[in-house]
Design a protein around this ligand. Structure first.
Ligand SMILES: [Cu+2]
Length: 121
């Protein structure tokens, strides 16, 4: 095999491989994303409805200071870091209305920084 043919074969193999990779990614349904913005001293949105057993990615941003997001009843928490997008994947395993709150002291008003996740069937 001369080197030109060999290069062509490698290139074709590479693109077939790449194509297979892309097809594999595309075959997986994208998980829904809920974008949540945190600022002193609230979350937007602060009322979120999810479906039991359906994975969702919560995507947090803040322009303020380091804050927290905690929803103990669903076993989920994360830090929210200024200048970053922080992703938290959750799969709600029970129905009900659960309070989430900031668990990193971020100033006076921190105690009121809450919201609710309602999980439905
Ligand atoms: Cu706080």
């Amino acid at each position: 095999m001369n080197s030109n043919i060999r290069a062509a074969v490698i290139a074709v193999a590479f693109f077939i491989g790449l194509g297979a990779g892309v097809a594999q990614v595309a075959a997986q349904p994208a998980e829904p994303v809920v974008k949540i913005t945190a600022k002193k001293f609230d979350y937007t949105p602060n009322q979120i409805t999810l479906k039991k057993g359906v994975p969702v990615v919560l995507e947090f941003t803040t322009a303020d200071v380091v804050m927290g997001f905690s929803v103990p009843e669903l076993g989920a928490r994360t830090d929210i870091i200024p200048g970053k997008v922080v992703r938290l994947r959750i799969v709600p395993d029970k129905t009900g209305t659960f309070t989430f709150f900031c668990d990193i002291f971020c100033g006076s008003g921190h105690e009121d920084m809450t919201g609710t996740i309602t999980v439905v069937e």
